[in-house]
Design a protein. Structure first.
Length: 72
């Protein structure tokens, strides 16, 4: 599978470095990055993945950008 030149590039997002919640898991933390990644195995399938650092510490988790919302 060919990888384009712009593979795994950081994507600008209005909530970067701000408190967010992952709707899917309920995890709250800081949005550290949004990355355009190829998640396809048999063919290219590009999506934007959000990386959240949990407020209580630990490993960053990844989720679809559509699953994040701002918190107070």
């Amino acid at each position: 599978m060919a990888t384009p030149h712009d593979a795994n590039q950081h994507v600008p997002h209005a909530l970067l470095h701000k408190p967010v919640r992952d709707i899917a898991s309920g995890t709250e933390g800081i949005l550290m990055a949004v990355v355009h990644e190829n998640v396809g195995t048999l063919r290219d399938h590009w999506v934007d993945i959000a990386y959240i650092r949990p407020a209580r510490g630990g490993r960053e988790l990844s989720t679809a950008v559509a699953n994040i919302e701002a918190t107070a």
